[in-house]
Design a protein around this ligand. Sequence first.
Ligand code: AMP
Length: 113
Amino acid sequence: MTDCLFCKIIKRELPSEIVYEDDDVLAFRDIKPQAPVHVLIIPKRHIASLDDLTKEDENAMGRAMLVASKLARDLGISEGYRVVTNCGKDAGQSVFHIHMHLLGGRSLGWPPG
Ligand code: AMP
């Protein structure tokens, strides 16, 4: 999608600190980290939100979850981390290309705000 921020990151039209890439999934550091490790994991196919997923996204989203656990190990936070997807404005979603936040490296409170 031409005016999507994360599609531009996928196409290298915007800079980012990429930490993982394969044919279907990209992961890069959040520009405004909320924890010592804060990575965004996205499918390369443009999907606006969790509410827009279809059966065809099953493999990429499953892969994205595996990438989260791999990155948690690689980035040294496997003792405790959180994977979060905000869906919709009321949940705080601000970029409408589905993404999983991988957060760790500090104690994480619960419930989230
Ligand atoms: P959300 O509010 O759940 O939609 O998350 C969007 C996330 O994207 C926020 O944590 C932002 O800090 C992050 N973000 C926005 N622009 C960029 C960018 N250019 N590079 C990396 N992360 C970004």
